[in-house]
Each structure stands twice: as structure tokens, then as C-alpha cells.
Write a protein of this length. Structure first.
Length: 244
């Protein structure tokens, strides 16, 4: 379960929580503990994916710093208020966002398939940092699908392709955001260590293999998986919200 969900996540740039988080809940683990376990495992996904993509990131230090500096506080804030928020509203919000992202990617045939030179203005940087903080809050509270939001935000803001954007997402969201979120959620109590270890191994191997496949198949496969996953995540989250 962990391996295959993270392979798909590594190709599309996010979405491991679509399978992994609900599976943990089916084991009877409380939501907040399941979220903490999922975040710990997703750090391993980020490490596995980043090992394959690290050579792409040499010239992206400023973008990486922005994502960490403005995203991590959002993650910690989201994790700190997760018990106060209504899960059905969060699922509805992120579900709508995910479906809109999928529709946007579907109706933009050239989106993320090649690098586009874009002028980065002061206003675009401000908008980028505000959105990063907001997505960080969602990452700390809901988790599922936020990697997809960052991937598309990077493509739209900086004109990079899917493979490049996913490489940045793995390093920042996969490792730094999820590690900080897991730490913030650790106050909840003890976690089942055996399950954590199994998920760590599956997530690391899935991330490594998925990143390798994305290099072999290129941006067209990545975009196809990204679009499909956006629709699946969006519909799943909306169904959860309706049931609750």
C-alpha cells in the first residue's frame, strides 16, 4: 500500500495521502495520530524522490528558501489548530481546489511540458509567498493534495516544467514541510513504531522508484498522472465531506 501510493505520488508530485491516510484511519488510528504517521512516512518519500532529482535543483536555492521560510510556519500553524477545525470544511475546500487544478491542467495542453521564461515581479513574489503560507496551513491540517498545489504554483509563477517543479516540491514539501508538521503533531502522544517503520521503508522506495520513472517517461506522463490524481483526490475529499 505504502509503496504503490508513493510511486504514484512521486510521478504526479503529490497525493500519497489519498491512499495512505485513509488506510491508517481504517486501522482504527485516530485522525490526528494518522496524520502524524503519514507526515513522518512522507518525509521518507521526499528523501527518496530528492535523491533522484537533486541534480536539477542547483539553481533553485532562492525558490527553495522561500518555500521553506514561508511554508513551514504555515504548516506548524495548521498542525496547531487542526483539532479546532472542522474536517468536513477542510475536505470540501481542498477537494474543490484539487478538481479545479485538474480541470485547469486538462484544458491547458502545454502547461508544464516545457520551460517558459517569465518576468518575476515584486507583486508576483508577494502573491507566491502568501499562497505558500496558505497551502502550508492546509498541509498541516489536511495534508492530502497540498503537494499538487505547490507543484502547479511553481509552474505558474516561475514557468518551469513539471519535472522541475516536482523536484522542488519533493525537497521542500516532502522533507521540510512534513518533518515540521510531524514534529508539531508529535505532542498528541505515542505512535505505533512498527507501523511507522513499515511506512517509512515503503515511502522511501516508492519515492525513489517513482522519481526514476518520471525521468524515464518525461513531462507528458507526469502531467497525465497529475491531472488524474487531482480529479481523484478532489472527488474523494468531497465525498468524505458529504459523509461527515
Amino acid at each position: 500500500m505504502s509503496f504503490f501510493s508513493n510511486v504514484f505520488s512521486a510521478i504526479s508530485g503529490g497525493g500519497a495521502g489519498l491512499i495512505q491516510l485513509p488506510a491508517l484511519l481504517l486501522f482504527g488510528i485516530p485522525y490526528y495520530k494518522a496524520l502524524a504517521i503519514h507526515k513522518i512516512a512522507t518525509v521518507a518519500l521526499g528523501v527518496g524522490g530528492s535523491l533522484r532529482n537533486i541534480s536539477i535543483l542547483r539553481n533553485d536555492l532562492s525558490i527553495i528558501i522561500q518555500l521553506i521560510f514561508f511554508g513551514v510556519p504555515g504548516v506548524v500553524f495548521g498542525a496547531s489548530i487542526v483539532e479546532l477545525l472542522s474536517e468536513d470544511y477542510l475536505y470540501t475546500l481542498l477537494g474543490i481546489f484539487s478538481i479545479l487544478l485538474g480541470a485547469y491542467a486538462f484544458y491547458k495542453p502545454n502547461l508544464g511540458l516545457k520551460i517558459i521564461t517569465k518576468e518575476i515581479t515584486f507583486l508576483s513574489k508577494i502573491r507566491f509567498t502568501l499562497l505558500v503560507f496558505f497551502i502550508g496551513i492546509l498541509n498541516g491540517s489536511v495534508s492530502s493534495g497540498t503537494g499538487l498545489l505547490i507543484t502547479i504554483l511553481l509552474i505558474k509563477t516561475y514557468g518551469i516544467d513539471f519535472l522541475h517543479a516536482i523536484s522542488i516540491t519533493f525537497l521542500t514539501v516532502g522533507i521540510f514541510w512534513n518533518a515540521s508538521g510531524a514534529f508539531a503533531l508529535s505532542r498528541i502522544g505515542n505512535l505505533p513504531i512498527n507501523l511507522v517503520i513499515i511506512l517509512l521503508i515503503g515511502s522511501f522506495l516508492g519515492g525513489l522508484f517513482g522519481a526514476h520513472l518520471s525521468h524515464l517517461k518525461g513531462n507528458k506522463l507526469i502531467k497525465r498522472c497529475f491531472t488524474i490524481l487531482c480529479f481523484i483526490i478532489g472527488i474523494t475529499l468531497l465525498v468524505k465531506a458529504i459523509k461527515q
